[in-house]
Design a protein around this ligand. Structure first.
Ligand code: XUL
Ligand code: CO
Length: 443
């Protein structure tokens, strides 16, 4: 493998441990280190996202592209796509991540017709296949970009125009082909423009029916071509639509049960959780408790800005919650931790791409160590057992078994009198958690 795009790094990023001052080394992520019976690599299943890291330009509503990338030099769009992919695999290998994720239009340019777009995609999928073989890097999940093209202005699967729906089907069909061809274990549906901005011109029930149908059609096709992975819906409350249909985890779970869809799990993103007015932990917990937490997009928002800033995740406590919940549910079988994050407009050096990923991987590796230790010490399990102890015995357990009527419950209340009040101990628990995060020097 060449050093064509990142010549400043001729070897993969090494693990040097928490005392290292080398910015191009891991302090916590030690891929082969075993924690709770599996290696860090197996637990964390890191994936680099293609769109932000290789297609991101630093553009924002106030200014156009600000990042010059050497892989964008060729004038022919297909050559540019191949160069970008070569750069991406050089980066994956040097960073030492096992997986990557893409949208169809990230890896291959849109053509003038559906057939031309399909041919472009197929050419780049074959290139990716070769690079995957050379590097050992695998595909975590694929998806289709159903939001950038002007035809999707009123939505894709939820468009009022069935021909737009057909175009969305065409893209998903080929993106599924690409995912299967590259061995991906997940396929993501992020709502994009599936939502609305005014009710005078929107029939919500009609659009929900369309979206459900779309999922059934995609599922049927995926079965036909031998897809062995899972579908994931990625909730987001707003942006670009004023009201996105996949608002949050609870809304998506409600939609799935309303249409009896059992073949879709959730891909939870931190910044989408905070846009919905939730914490990352809340969304992860809602999905996990329903048995539907499939994958995570790890990034973070900025509490001072109200939009999807997609910053790299560096907040340890968020990461500890994520790893705690993942360990509690026995891991992520089909999904992983995808960096849906971009470097800031002012961070335009190629080195910044490495610093961003290294810091985020270290944050989650450290979180894994801490969450494992908290679980081994039985911290949350003990707190929950004490708090809900009443539901395990006598009256409580009978209620849960459906053996108590409303009148019998009243009799019990009369007989027992006022309940003994118990403190929730929030401040104490915060102190103990802080000891794990900062004081105990867990390594
Ligand atoms: C947009 C977003 C997407 C999805 C994939 O907010 O998160 O990049 O992750 O379409
Ligand atoms: Co995302």
């Amino acid at each position: 493998m060449s050093d064509r795009f990142f010549p400043f790094l001729t070897k993969p990023v090494p693990y040097e441990g928490p005392d290292s001052d080398n910015p191009m080394a891991f302090k916590w992520y030690d891929a082969k280190r075993k924690i709770a019976g599996k290696t860090m690599e197996q637990h964390l299943r890191f994936a680099v996202c293609y769109w932000h890291t290789f297609k991101g330009t630093g553009a924002d509503p106030f200014g156009g592209p600000a990042h010059e990338r050497p892989w964008n030099a060729a004038s022919d769009p297909l050559q540019r796509a191949r160069d970008t992919m070569d750069a991406a695999f050089e980066f994956f290998r040097k960073l030492g991540v096992p997986f990557w994720c893409f949208h169809d239009r990230d890896i291959a340019p849109e053509g003038a017709t559906v057939s031309e777009s399909n041919a472009n995609l197929e050419a780049l999928v074959q290139h990716a296949k070769k690079l995957q073989k050379e590097t050992g890097v695998r595909l975590l999940w694929g998806t289709a970009n159903l939001f950038s093209h002007p035809r999707y202005a009123h939505g894709a699967a939820t468009s009022p125009d069935p021909l737009v729906f057909a175009h969305a089907c065409a893209q998903v069909r080929r993106a599924l082909d690409a995912t299967v061809e590259l061995g991906g274990t997940g396929y993501v549906f992020w709502g994009g423009r599936e939502g609305y901005s005014m009710l005078y011109n929107t029939d919500m029930k009609q659009e929900a029916d369309q979206f459900a149908r779309f999922l059934f059609m995609a599922h049927e096709y995926a079965q036909k071509i031998g897809f062995k992975g899972r579908f994931f819906i990625e909730p987001k409350p707003k942006e670009p639509s004023t009201h996105q249909y996949d608002y949050d985890a609870a809304t998506v779970l409600g939609f799935l049960s309303r249409y009896n869809i059992d073949f879709v799990d959730l891909n939870i993103e931190n910044n989408h959780a905070t846009l919905a007015g939730h914490s990352f932990a809340h969304e992860l917990m809602v999905a996990s408790q329903a048995g539907r937490l499939g994958s995570l997009d790890i990034n973070r928002g900025n509490p001072l800005l109200g939009w999807d800033t997609d910053q790299f995740p560096t907040v340890l406590e968020d990461a500890v919650w994520a790893m705690h919940i993942i360990l509690d549910q026995g891991g992520l079988k089909y999904g992983g931790l995808n960096f849906d994050a971009k470097v800031r407009r002012g961070s335009f050096d190629l080195e910044d791409l490495f610093y961003a990923h290294i810091g985020a991987m270290d944050t989650f590796a450290r979180a894994l160590i801490i969450a494992d230790r908290m679980r081994k010490d039985g911290l949350r399990a003990k707190w929950l057992a004490e708090r809900y102890a009443g539901w395990k015995k006598d009256f409580g357990s009978k209620v849960l078994k459906g053996q108590v009527t409303l009148e019998e419950a009243e009799l019990y209340a009369i007989k027992e009198g006022e309940p003994k009040r118990r403190s929730g101990r929030e401040e104490l628990f915060e102190n103990i958690v802080n000891q794990y995060l900062y004081d105990r020097g867990l390594r």
